[in-house]
Design a protein around this ligand. Structure first.
Ligand code: 5RP
Length: 218
């Protein structure tokens, strides 16, 4: 099976975890795009969606699904999103699509983070995928120096600004043995808007696409 077929498999499987008649949190990326299409095709009715990016909002609305601002909702039963890496405990690296800040905000509203990904995203230790960090521009060099002290090489993602208008640093060479500790540490650095480690907001359920079918981690 191709990677796209594995993504399609989990996108379809995630529809079963959507709570009918309730608000739904929707993430960003190619796997989520397939999920949005699968949800629309399923005929399952939701109250509406809270979206983590302009791109997902446009796709949801294209299917006639109402999208409301995160600020107008106080709780979401479920948030469905992809990941760039996920470990066996549901800790993730996210932000490959530059939507990490809004993703974390929407995930924070949710009781349950359902991660959908193909099997290539499953790792023992996070860090092979460059860690995205959204920053205030004037802090970027200092944040890069702080990562260097931890053994990471940070580079600016060229030509990319987030939906919030900020640049992203991608940090290579990290081995994130304790995701919660590193997320907590980097969150303290001045000028960091969001670090793409999702440990506090880890997946409660992961649906991983494999040639044999959907593997579930919970
Ligand atoms: C966007 C993300 C995505 O969830 C992540 O990049 C995975 O994307 P894809 O489903 O295209 O592999 O974090 O910021």
């Amino acid at each position: 099976m191709t990677q796209d077929e594995l993504k399609q498999l989990v996108a379809q499987a995630a529809v079963a975890h959507v709570v009918e008649g309730a608000w739904l949190g929707v993430g960003t990326g190619s796997t989520v795009n397939l999920f949005i299409d699968a949800l629309a095709a399923s005929g399952k009715r939701i109250r509406g969606a809270v979206s983590s990016s302009e791109a997902s909002t446009a796709r949801l609305r294209g299917h006639g699904i109402e999208v409301v601002d995160a600020a107008s909702v106080d709780r979401l039963p479920v948030y469905v999103d992809g990941a760039d890496e996920i470990d066996g405990r549901g800790h993730m690296i996210k932000g490959g699509g530059a939507a990490l800040t809004r993703e974390k905000i929407v995930a924070d509203l949710a009781d349950r983070f359902v991660c959908i990904a193909d099997e290539s995203k499953l790792v023992d230790v996070l860090g092979r995928f460059p860690l995205p960090v959204e920053v205030i521009p004037m802090a970027a060099p200092q944040v890069a120096r702080r990562f260097a002290a931890l053994g990471g090489q940070a580079s600016l993602r060229l030509g990319v600004l987030t939906d919030n208008g900020h640049p992203i640093l991608d940090v290579r060479g990290l081995r994130i043995a304790d995701p919660l500790a590193m997320e907590t540490e980097v969150n303290q650095w001045p000028g960091v808007v969001t670090v793409g480690i999702f440990a506090r907001h880890r997946a409660k359920l992961a649906l991983l696409g494999m040639p044999q079918g959907v593997r579930t981690l919970d």
